[in-house]
Design a protein around this ligand. Structure first.
Ligand code: GLU
Length: 478
């Protein structure tokens, strides 16, 4: 029987959750849920020099916002903890000792200056193979005896082909000759990513490692470590790179990359997650809208592709638009409130706001655009758009609107249908096209020339507001 599925998201707390990290977390989450497995969050915080205060909290906050709940992790516990690598240092030190004893690792006493020089020479020589940093045995012993600081390095064998099957990329083979003698333990006793990652993936019984393609070149080192430590390696899956639209690697220069930036810009977590799901995967048909649970159903690692995924912000906006449209009106009404309150527009009931939302939701990407685009739902228009006036308001418009207003004031029902038929009838009586009433009426009640269906707009605004506004427009525009 296969081992139970256990996957992990293993971010380093060096800043914020990157959208690429969100995709990795999502795919791990989906894989775990799909296979009835466990999704682990492990904080890889052993690089003291890259530690950023508050970064772990920010990661957890972003994961929570996105709704990616892990089953084990630093704040929820689990039987394979602790889940912060800085709290597991003894394990890595033991592993390094074991590798040293077995002759698969060595203490390296090279000074930073020497390494710098070796690196320069190596670069000049254009030698494709690994940079040889090994010291003659006697020199090493001399340096050890004089108490020089050392690091522990992996002793990479020569002339070996390290081959493995990547679940996304297929067969991969890399010559050990190009693999560096990786530092495993630094002179301060802290492990590097490579050692800690392998030790923990084993200790936490991780069955599948699903992570970004940038880690692919590290795999040979990891496989050597698994072998030397006598561990069974997990299955590996490397996800395609995220690219800017010019196919360069996704970078901050070309736009936001932090999940929190998207939250702050009012994207819905569902929309961001849906968008991110498609960065490297598609369902094989034309469906695009997937809730998290629907993704669990539809998503599979087999359908993750190898080629880089373009990060297209227009597409993200499109997803947000779809989620605005799918939101129940009453929820949109509540989401509107803070944006209205910010303008001191806060005396509207939910039923009214829900009607406004229903009329406007097809026209916006974010809820906050509703009061920007249609302030007239919340405040009297104080000016009339000059272009619209020029184009739509004729010398006769005032007289015509007076007739319409008279017909409207005696309507029994203030509903879009009646409003429409009354306007049509009035236009016939006046022997003008309906447009001669429609456009000036819109201008009068909204102050602008474009907006949702006029009759629905009138219905939602209500009789009193409309009649007052029409009268005022007649006064102002003549
Ligand atoms: N700590 C690594 C990172 O920050 C984890 C890579 C991996 O998943 O092995 O992405």
């Amino acid at each position: 029987m296969d081992a139970p599925v256990r996957v992990r998201f293993a971010p380093s707390p060096t800043g914020y959750l990157h959208v690429g990290g969100l995709r990795t977390a999502l795919y791990n989450y989906l894989f775990a849920r799909k296979h009835g497995g466990t999704f682990v969050l492990r904080i890889e915080d052993t690089d003291q020099s890259r530690y950023v205060e508050g970064a772990e909290e920010s990661l957890l906050r972003s994961l929570r916002w996105a709704g990616l709940q892990y089953d084990e992790g630093p704040d929820v516990g689990g039987k394979y903890g602790p889940y912060r690598q800085s709290e597991r240092l003894a394990l890595y030190q033991e592993a390094a000792e074991e590798l040293l004893r077995a002759g698969h690792a060595y203490r390296c006493y090279r000074t930073p200056e020497e390494l710098e020089q070796l690196r320069e020479e190596h670069q000049k020589s254009k030698n494709p193979n690994r940079l040889d940093v090994r010291l003659p045995r006697e020199e090493s012993e001399r340096r050890a005896a004089s108490g020089m600081p050392s690091v522990v390095r992996l002793l990479v064998p020569d002339g070996e082909t390290i081959a493995f099957e990547d679940l996304v990329r297929g067969p991969v083979a890399i010559s050990s000759d190009i693999v560096d003698d990786q530092i495993l333990l630094k002179s301060d006793g802290f492990p590097t990513y490579h050692l800690a990652n392998v030790v923990d993936d084993h200790a936490m019984q991780i069955s599948h490692v699903i992570r970004g393609e940038e880690w692919l070149p590290s795999v040979p080192k990891h496989l050597l470590l698994y072998r030397y430590l006598g561990f069974e390696p997990p299955r590996l899956a490397h996800l395609p790179l995220l690219l800017n639209s010019d196919r360069s690697k996704l970078s901050k220069r070309q736009g936001d990359v932090a999940v929190e930036d998207y939250r702050d810009k009012s994207f819905y977590p569902e929309a961001l997650l849906n968008f991110v799901a498609f960065l490297g995967w598609n369902p094989g048909d034309d469906r695009e809208i997937f809730s998290r649970d629907e993704l669990v159903e539809a998503w599979s690692l087999e359908r993750v592709n190898k080629s880089g995924a373009i990060f297209n912000l227009d597409k993200l906006a499109w997803f947000n638009q779809q989620y605005v449209r799918m939101r129940p009106d009453a929820e949109l009404a509540e989401e509107l409130r803070p944006h209205l309150a910010a303008r001191n527009w806060d005396h509207f009931d939910t039923a009214y706001l829900a009607q406004v939302a229903q009329l406007m939701k097809e026209r916006v990407t974010f809820v906050y655009e509703i009061p920007e685009l249609a302030p007239y739902f919340f405040t009297e228009p104080t000016e009339y758009d000059a272009d619209a006036v020029k184009k739509r308001w004729k010398p006769e418009s005032g007289e015509r609107l007076k007739v319409l207003s008279g017909a409207y004031s005696s309507l029994a029902e203030w509903h879009a249908d009646e409003l429409e038929s009354t306007l049509q009838k009035t236009a016939e009586t006046l022997a003008v096209g309906a447009g001669q009433l429609i456009h000036p009426t819109r201008l009068a009640v909204s102050g602008v020339g474009v907006g949702p269906s006029l009759y629905h707009l009138l219905e939602v605004l209500g009789r009193e507001r409309c009649l007052v506004r029409i009268e005022r427009a007649i006064e102002s525009l003549g």
